[in-house]
Design a binder for this molecule. Structure first.
Ligand SMILES: Cc1ncc(COP(=O)(O)O)c(C=O)c1O
Length: 335
């Protein structure tokens, strides 16, 4: 049996989700005529407490649209040193928006408002003007760490006081919401623009939403078109996303509990585990991560070596308690 803990993007649509896809009412979404997309966008905007939301193919595109609509070429975006757009979005911010990125060190991907405040330089002809603060919640490379609602308010206050906009990369905001019990609108509230993904823990095959004020909606839609993200009868994907909202949000608590079980098992077996997972992602250290991951794969367990000495495991919809037990058995055999 293959237990795939490489990523929560590996889930396959459940039988119920496939039925929802098959039954979806559709239209041409570039014309604004897909009723399922329109309903999803309204629903997600309401959940996040924003005026509008736009369905886009991926989290990367959602972040890149946010950057494009909130900055001008030559601006600077401030983000945590482990942030996804810096590491994994193919340099898109430079190409799509013509901006530079300034990294600020946080802890497990979580920014400290005081550190951000000192990193923001006063206007000076030598500097690229800082225009946007981007916050990732939960932090992928930070081991699924949550930025609390209070911390979000403080970070956005620092940004707004200094004249910056604030963007939330909430690819896994659902996990932060379930782990803390904080309403989504409270986590998203202080941010100008928010990205949420349907294809990570929620288990839809594709799709993210970029939400924000109505005044930016047309600009976001035009940017999506420019990037080639205008999709047609995409209600079949929006139906999967709606199904995920109805059935796969509260169950994220199971993924979090399983990540904790994995972490405890690894810790008890003497592995060099990083901090206990707050949500569904955990990391541990081994001397040769690529070799370790290769051997683990031969034993039926998928993991990712994200550095020479760092291994990532992610729990998700397609991994149950028996899968976690199997994975731990294989991991312990290599410990
Ligand atoms: C925090 C974060 N933001 C954005 C993305 C990009 O999402 P996508 O893979 O849908 O482009 C990811 C992907 O894993 C992510 O972890």
């Amino acid at each position: 049996m293959w237990i795939d803990l490489r990523s929560d993007t590996l889930t396959r649509p459940t039988a119920g989700m496939r039925r929802a896809i098959a039954d979806a009412e559709v239209g041409d979404d570039v014309f604004g005529e897909d009723p399922t997309v329109n309903r999803l966008e309204g629903r997600v905007a309401a959940l996040l407490g924003k005026e509008s939301a736009l369905f886009v193919p991926s989290g990367t595109m959602a972040n890149q649209i946010a950057f494009r609509i909130l900055t001008e070429p030559g601006d600077e975006i401030v983000m945590e040193a482990d942030a996804h757009p810096f590491h994994y979005e193919a340099g898109g911010a430079a190409v799509v928006s013509g901006v530079t990125i300034r990294l600020v060190q946080g802890e497990r991907g979580v920014l400290d408002p005081a550190v951000v405040r000192t990193a923001l330089r006063p206007p000076n002809v030598h500097h690229a003007p800082a225009r946007l603060l981007s916050v990732e919640n939960t932090s992928n490379r930070g081991g699924g760490a949550v930025t609390s609602a209070q911390r979000c308010r403080e970070l956005c206050a620092v940004a707004h006081e200094a004249g910056l906009h604030a963007h939330l990369d909430g690819a896994r905001l659902w996990n932060a919401h379930v782990a803390t019990g904080t309403p989504l609108a409270e986590l998203a509230g202080p941010f100008d623009v928010v990205n949420v993904c349907m294809s990570k823990g929620l288990g839809a095959p594709a799709g993210s939403l970029v939400a924000g004020p109505r005044a930016l909606a047309e600009k976001a839609r035009r940017t999506r078109k420019m990037l080639g993200g205008g999709m047609r009868q995409v209600g079949i994907l929006a139906a999967a996303a709606e199904y995920a909202l109805d059935h796969h949000v509260s169950r994220l608590a199971e993924d979090h509990a399983r990540a904790r079980t994995l972490w405890e098992g690894l810790r008890d077996a003497g592995f060099a585990v990083e901090a206990a997972p707050e949500t569904n992602i955990l990391y541990f250290r081994v001397s040769d991560a690529p070799a370790f991951v290769g051997t683990l794969r031969e034993r039926g367990v998928g993991a990712i070596a994200i550095a020479q000495d760092r291994v990532r495991l992610v729990t998700h919809l397609d991994v149950d308690d028996a899968g976690v037990a199997r994975a731990l058995e294989a991991l312990r055999a290599l410990g």
